[in-house]
Design a protein around this ligand. Structure first.
Ligand SMILES: NC(=O)c1ccc[n+]([C@@H]2O[C@H](COP(=O)([O-])OP(=O)(O)OC[C@H]3O[C@@H](n4cnc5c(N)ncnc54)[C@H](O)[C@@H]3O)[C@@H](O)[C@H]2O)c1
Length: 315
């Protein structure tokens, strides 16, 4: 948000002298953001108010079930194979070269999460938010899935594997996993700031000021930020309720509502957690593999193949 008064803003951005007609600091900031997004200021105000309004009333985030991956719904029951629900987080991609957010060396040690990954950040400084996401998208183009991603894809031969990931990268699908729910969106996609179901594939390209969705509204990254609701939680709950085995890999279980999904696991279902950090989750059902993702997934693959195959899924 521009910090000066409206008059100062109009001096700083002389080509937008209509700033002077805004009387408060906040209004000047709104005008500046409208300019960055290249839309009329009234449109920006409308969008902003709609979101703030939504926040105050509680979320209406269940509105867009289209975001759910339909293929998961269609294929969700596979009678011959045990159903493994994998809950993955940033840690599974660390050995590919993507930093986690939390922990030593994590992204939040270097920058303020609220500035680059929150709903407030977007309304205060959309330029910085786009820049941050453009850089993450570019980085992803150079990064490859690691063996942990590949093992999960390979396990589909023996188990009905569904991955619920908090990651916005595309490494699970590039490794070959076919049943995937991205809880927090996908960085290689963009969507309309108004119609959240209007999602387009942008690959590794940048979103630039003035880029519009097919409905004429500005594009934003298709990523769920802090302060926003998570539309695919109900779908994820259904998956956890159906799980016969749960594998949790590379997540600090600190981000809600995602972390709350574990309470939907049925009581007799084993939970395997792979994470080098010993401290992050305690429950007597848990079998903890205190290793990084690649080594941990190698150990778990062996264990699953030796102990959890049904007669029909045996090779
Ligand atoms: N790759 C990505 O898409 C990416 C990267 C960073 C953050 N995020 C976002 O961060 C949010 C934070 O939640 P989170 O729980 O996923 O991440 P987090 O940063 O909160 O926690 C990461 C966890 O991974 C563990 N870890 C670190 N190195 C590991 C390794 N080599 N193998 C296995 N585990 C390892 C850490 O001990 C920690 O428990 C998510 O919403 C996600 O969208 C995504």
């Amino acid at each position: 948000m521009f910090e000066g008064t409206a008059i100062e803003a109009s001096k700083a951005f002389p080509q937008y002298d209509w700033f002077a007609s805004f009387e408060t600091k906040e209004a000047a900031g709104i005008a500046r953001n409208a300019m960055i997004l290249d839309i009329p200021v009234e449109t920006y105000k409308l969008i902003r108010n709609r979101f703030l309004d939504k926040d105050k009333k509680g979320s209406n985030c269940l509105q867009k079930t289209e975001l759910f991956n339909e293929t998961i719904q269609k294929q969700t029951k596979m009678k011959d194979k045990k159903k493994i629900v994998v809950f993955s987080g940033a840690g599974i991609s660390t050995e590919s070269g993507i930093e986690t957010y939390r922990g030593a060396g994590g992204v939040w040690e270097k920058m303020d999460a609220m500035k680059v990954a929150s709903y407030e950040g977007w309304y205060n400084n959309p330029e910085l938010m786009q820049k941050y996401h453009n850089e993450r998208r570019k980085q992803l183009e150079r990064i490859m899935p690691n063996e942990a991603h590949y093992i999960l894809a390979e396990l589909e031969q023996y188990f009905d594997v569904v991955i619920v990931t908090q990651n916005v990268d595309n490494l699970h699908e590039r490794a070959g996993s076919t049943k995937l729910l991205h809880l927090h969106g996908e960085i290689t996609k963009a969507r309309s700031v108004v119609h959240s179901d209007l999602v387009i594939d942008i690959g590794y390209n940048e979103i630039n000021p003035g880029d519009k969705a097919p409905d004429g509204y500005p594009l934003r990254p298709h990523v769920v930020w802090f302060g926003e609701c998570v539309p695919s939680i109900p779908m994820a709950i259904d998956l956890f309720l159906e799980a016969e085995i749960v594998v949790v890999v590379g997540t600090s279980l600190q981000v809600y509502p995602a972390a709350g999904l574990l309470k939907y696991i049925k009581p007799d279902v084993p939970i395997y957690i792979i994470d080098p950090d010993k401290s992050n989750y305690q429950d007597k059902r848990i079998i903890k593999i205190t290793e990084k993702a690649i080594v941990g997934m190698r150990m778990l693959r062996k264990f699953l193949l030796e102990n959890h195959l049904t007669n029909k899924s045996k090779p």
